[in-house]
Design a protein around this ligand. Structure first.
Ligand code: GLN
Length: 203
């Protein structure tokens, strides 16, 4: 199993570590690599788009050619996990801020997103989030200038809400969350993603 984290900007090494921990937990033999060039995507079983600054990540993904290649991989059924800025990048539509910055989006998931959805007073916070697909125990979730999903279209499944706002979604081989699962010791979300990757390999 080989998982790649788009490593142009943002919380990359934390995701690599979280994936390695999750692999050990599940007894999966594999590796996690830092991705900077499109050809590195060819043999990946799963791709993570990390948190950071979505304008920067989108623009660099465009200029490096990663944007187009990730779209192709997604269409071929490769699982993709987007976290925080990654949730914005994976979306089909963004808010006025997204339009103004002209930041490139992958346009893969049938969601519209709002950047910095939790306002200035609550730029960063932690909370226990109920995510039923990960089990009964809530997940400690770190939100940092987090986006939220404003609208879901088509076959998008809402996985979690916080203060009435949608903060975790899944659509087939795509999964995205507004928080930072790589910053806490709990690896359940990365484990869930690895199981999606295992399933995609065997189907
Ligand atoms: N606010 C950032 C953006 O809009 C996302 C923050 C993050 O990824 N932690 O791109």
């Amino acid at each position: 199993m080989k998982i790649g984290v788009i490593g142009l900007q943002g919380a990359v090494s934390e995701h690599l570590e979280a994936i390695k921990r999750a692999m050990r937990k599940l007894g999966i033999e594999g590796e996690a690599i830092w991705v900077g060039r499109p050809e590195q995507l060819d043999d990946l079983d799963g791709i993570i788009i990390p948190g950071g600054e979505s304008t920067t990540i989108g623009k660099l993904m465009f200029t490096t050619g990663l944007l187009e290649r990730v779209k192709q991989k997604a269409a071929d059924g490769t699982p993709i996990l987007g976290t925080c800025a990654g949730l914005i990048t994976i979306a089909k539509r963004g808010d006025a801020q997204v339009v103004r910055t002209k930041q490139p989006l992958l346009g893969l998931m049938n969601i519209s997103v709002v950047r910095n959805a939790f306002g200035r007073q609550r730029e960063s916070f932690e909370t226990d989030l109920n995510i039923p697909i990960l089990g009964k125990e809530p997940l400690r979730a770190v939100f940092i200038r987090a986006p939220a999903v404003e609208e879901v279209m088509g076959d998008v499944q809402v996985l979690a809400k916080f203060q009435g706002k949608i903060v975790a979604v899944k659509q087939g081989n795509l999964i995205a969350v507004a928080f930072h699962p790589e910053l806490t010791p709990d690896t359940r979300l990365h484990e869930y993603f690895l199981r999606m990757c295992q399933l995609a390999r065997t189907s």
